[in-house]
Design a protein around this ligand. Sequence first.
Ligand code: GUN
Ligand code: FE
Length: 426
Amino acid sequence: MKQFALKGNILFTPNKDEIKFFPNAYVICRRDTCCGIYMTLPDELRNINVIDYGDSLIVPGMTDLHIHAPQYSFRGMGMDCELLDWLNKYAFTEEAKYADTDYAARAYGIFADSMKRSATTRAVIFGTVHREATLILMDLMESAGIVSYVGKVNMDRNAPDDLRESSAAETLKFIRDSAQRKYHLTMPIITPRFIPGCSNSLLDELSEIRRAYDLPVQSHLSENPGEVELVKELMPEAEFYGDAYDRYGLFGREAKTVMAHCVYSSDSETKRIRKNGVWVAHCPNSNMNLASGIAPIRKYIDAGIRVGLGSDVAGGQTESIFRAITDAIQVSKLYWRYIDSSAKPLSFAESFYLATKGGGSFFGNAGSFEQGYEFDALVIDDSIIPHPQMLSLPERLERAIYIGLDKNGITAKYVRGKKIYAKITE
Ligand code: GUN
Ligand code: FE
């Protein structure tokens, strides 16, 4: 049976308020699962293969709960408008190019390679409306070794002609095609882009496909004031934006669902998110770039809502989940200062938890080193930032994340017990 130990300084958050850390310890992987942490190896593990990472930090892999693969090509550009104008001016223009499978293969090759080198071990991904391009994306994510849900986008209104489809027929074919490829790591997800882009009849069709194949759902919710107003006009019968999805069985309950943003969720919407067990993908970098606002994450956490972090590339400028951890803390401080002084800012432990176990829970047992969790790990070499003082392990982790050491400090990355990336050093 395949088993090994990683040796180093091990840190993880079993709950949002506690960073557990073990200096110079061993974390054991058996097959693809975490089997405990030891300060010294017990007799029965005496002969186990030990990979010694010295003084490096070893933490659980991170989940990006919301990212648009086709938008990776224009990340860091076009930050001059709000959501609806931004979609028309930048996102749709770029996404139309993915009708060309050669372009898609090139662009998605770059994306998958970046994901492999990043801190992300699991991701929930939007493709475009194009079935073939989205299957190429799935092939590349599978090869990259990252666990992912990938969605072919659905839109039949409020989009350019070449990005609108009159039915969900291509999505049905996409689901069947992806099943034939027998992926181990890559799964399809039902993806209505957002309510402004989907008619009631399209939602109805998607709902039926979802039920027939028991698939999860990803979409956007209450991101921008203009968008929320548009949803009221387009579906006046809905009690609130989220209810528009819920009427079609696309909002939690038996349908595992993640909704990005939730910046403007009303009390009724928040209650429904909680009641239906919907995950919130908090995307603070995107919310700043598109001037969307600040999501009330403290309120969601206190209400027991499941929350994870998303990069939302290319509303977000980077795929870095280290950056998302930092941004989530920083925007929570602005929220506390400017909007609600009773909403305590997020702590570092809380934001780290959202990036690991919080978002990881969308995949089951992921994002922790507790027994029985799937073995996803990052090895971070922070020796490249010298310091004159003694630092504790949590201090070192906090600094590595704030400084952005995922750019050049990740020396190895494991997903389900397999090493998928190792930095080559002389
Ligand atoms: N809402 C609908 N589509 C999108 C998108 O591509 N990005 C963001 N941030 N919000 C959306
Ligand atoms: Fe998005």
